[in-house]
Structures are given as C-alpha cells and as structure tokens.
Design a protein around this ligand. Structure first.
Ligand code: XIL
Length: 380
C-alpha cells in the first residue's frame, strides 16, 4: 500500500477531490473574502424572519482564515490525481454578462492541476442553483425569451469549451435535474428556470452543445440521492434511457453520493451503479462524503454530536467497504472515477448544510489536516 491515497486505487479508478478556491488564494484575497462574508452574514441576520415554531439557532459567525497555506492545499496536491472546483466553475462564478466571462478561478485550479499532474473535471454547465440572475431576464423587467436563453446558454457552453476542451476529462453538463417530488424533470415550480423558459428539451440541447464544445471529454448527468432513493434512481434511469434512444451524447451518470454514516446500505450503491451500467453508461462518483448525521437529523440544527473514536472507526469501516464496492464496479468496467467533496473536515460544506453552523466531520482529514482513521483504512 502507498501512503498516497490515489496510488492505492490507480488500477481501478482515479481518486479526486473538490478544491475550494479559498485554499488557492493568498492572504490578502482571503481577508477580503472574510470581510465580505461578515458583511453578508450581517445582512442576512438583519433580513431574517423566523417561521413560527422554528427552533432557535445561533447563526454561524464567519471566522477569519488562518494565515499562510491551509492544510487542504498540500493534501489536495499529494493524495489525489483528479480535481474539480467546488464553486469556481459554476456559471454564477463565470458568466457575468453576455460578453463578460471571469475565468480567473477556473484558470487558477487548472494551473494547480497541471503543477500536480492531475486531471481536472468541470462542474457544472447547467444547474438551477448558482446561475447568474441576468441570464433568465430580458433586461426590461421581464423573463428572457426561449430563443434568448438558448443563445446565451449555447454561447456559454461554446466559450467554456473553446478555452478548456483539451484540459477537462469530464464535464457535468446538467446537474440535479430530477425532481424530488415526482422524480421526473424538475420544472419551473420546482426552481428550474431552465425548464421554465426552455422547456423539457433543455437537457438534450445542453448535451448536444456540450458535445460540440468538448468533443473529447466524457459528458455527465449528475444528481444526488440516486443511491439513496429508489424512485429517484429509477427517474434518472428513465431519463437517460430516453436520451440514449434519442441519440443524445450522454455517456456517464454522476452519483454525487452525499451520504451518511448509516445510509444507504452498500447493496443499494452497488445496484445503482449496475443499473446505469446496464444501459451501457459509465458511472462516476462526483461529490462523496460520509456525514455524521442521518437524514432524519435534518430537522435539528443544533451542534450535538461528538466525533468520538467509535464514530471515527465506524466511518473508517464504511469508507473502506464502499471503496471495496467501487473496486468491484471498476473491475466490471462501469465505475471510472471517485471524487470526494473536499479534503479536510474544517472546509466541508456539510458544516453548514443542511443545518447552518451544526458542523460535521465527513471527510478523510480532520480540520487541522491530520489523517483520520478513514484515511488510514483506505491506505493501509
Ligand atoms: C456546494 C459547495 O460545496 C458550497 O461551497 C456552496 O456554497 C454551495 O454548493 N451539490 C452540488 C455542489 O452539485 O455544487 C454543491 O456544492 C453541493 C451539492
């Protein structure tokens, strides 16, 4: 076994990490970000109207970033052979107007990937979240027309492809398009302005444009809870089956896999991978972490779990068993990449989701960058 995580799996799949732009910033940039976060939190608190009956909770106070390199930077460089931007390649970070693109965050991650001989993924081209507001507007207080939105989206996809097509191994073309209510395409009432304005073909169109823009990258449809909720898994199956029949160039299903210490059972993960494999599609794991909290804890925003030795050992065993399942599915030719959504616990988005400020410990390194039992279990 090697002390570097990815080397232990190199005969099976690449092991990736989502890299936050924050870890690639210098101290001055981080200080500016911290001041902005403080300002935004104050605004949020001022405008916050609690719902009747809502449990009281303390708002998370932004904390200043430590000076110098954060542990995540070195760990991301050493242990992973694939990276993806946690936020910097989302449309809202890049597309500020019809002819106004800011590629600074994406370029910075690409430079990091090159320096460390890593492959890079693109997350994500089309999503109902973290999209810029202007794109859905006509500039006169109304909604953009279908034609206008299509032109803007196509222009975006082509521009991104022109710049990065030779550097990106796989692209999340459409993210989170299956509804949690009825397991068909998420519509306007369910927060997809893409569906609302372009209609249900927006997914196929995005894939055709992505194929033109990134002719050599694998094209992924990505979603959460596919391994957790059978109806959602089936909904995605129906969608991709139809896409294949229509000749839409989707080749991979991305399982986000924001899972927890108990759920789902490994058998469900295995079934999910094999279900999409049965359509001749590849599968990648795009955003995995193993939360300390079960789904039913979603309602309780209080920080209250000890990340004691028993938890850490249970988490280690769970990571190990799941990675063994991944090895099997890689050998079967279906699973290609496994990406973790972050490096150290301190930087994980799960500290604030679904319960702001609750904290969590879902990754392989603790907040100081020390390897946790789960890391040891995967490398020894
Ligand atoms: C999350 C990031 O981790 C956070 O920093 C950001 O505030 C919100 O988005 N599914 C996705 C990811 O596809 O883009 C999300 O990332 C996590 C859920």
């Amino acid at each position: 076994m090697s002390k570097f995580l990815y080397e232990n799996y190199k005969d099976y799949f690449r092991v990736g990490a989502a890299v936050s732009g924050i870890i690639l910033m210098n101290d001055a940039e981080r200080e500016e970000l911290f001041q902005n976060m403080k300002r935004r939190m104050e605004e949020f608190k001022k405008n916050f109207k609690p719902q009747p009956g809502m449990p009281e909770f303390k708002f998370p106070e932004p904390e200043p970033f430590p000076k110098g390199d954060m542990p995540d930077k070195k760990l991301a460089a050493q242990h992973f052979n694939l990276v993806v931007a946690e936020n910097e390649c989302k449309m809202g970070s890049i597309y500020h107007g019809p002819d106004n693109f800011d590629f600074s965050g994406a370029d910075r991650l690409l430079k990091f990937a090159r320096e460390n001989n890593q492959a890079m993924r693109w997350h994500t081209l089309v999503w109902h979240n973290q999209s810029p507001r202007w794109i859905f507007e006509d500039g006169n207080g109304g909604k953009a027309s279908k034609e206008l939105l299509e032109e803007r989206l196509k222009n975006y996809i082509m521009t991104v492809g022109q710049r990065y097509k030779d550097d990106i191994c796989s692209v999340d073309v459409v993210n989170e398009c299956i509804s949690d209510k009825n397991f068909i395409l998420r519509d306007g009432a369910d927060r997809s302005q893409w569906f609302d304005i372009m209609g249900p073909d927006y997914v196929d169109k995005a894939f055709f444009w992505a194929k033109e823009a990134f002719p050599n990258s694998s094209l992924v449809i990505n979603d959460y809870n596919l391994e957790m909720i059978e109806d959602k898994r089936q909904g995605m199956y129906n969608l991709v089956k139809g896409m294949k029949e229509r000749g839409v160039p989707v080749d991979t299903v991305g399982l986000q896999m924001h899972i927890n210490i108990k759920n789902p059972p490994i058998s469900e993960i295995e079934q999910t991978i094999e279900l999409y494999g049965s359509l001749g599609l590849n599968v990648i794991v795009t955003e995995m972490e193993v939360s300390a909290y079960l789904d039913k804890d979603f309602e309780h925003p209080d920080p209250r779990r000890e990340y004691d030795q028993a938890f850490l050992d249970e988490q280690a065993e769970r990571y190990y068993q799941i990675f063994e399942c991944f090895k099997k599915e890689a050998k079967a030719g279906i699973l290609k990449d496994v990406v973790l959504w972050g490096v150290t616990d301190g930087m994980s988005w799960k500290n604030n989701f679904p319960a702001p400020g609750r904290g969590d410990a879902p990754l392989l390194f603790d907040k100081d960058g020390n390897p946790k039992p789960a890391f040891d279990r995967l490398t020894k």
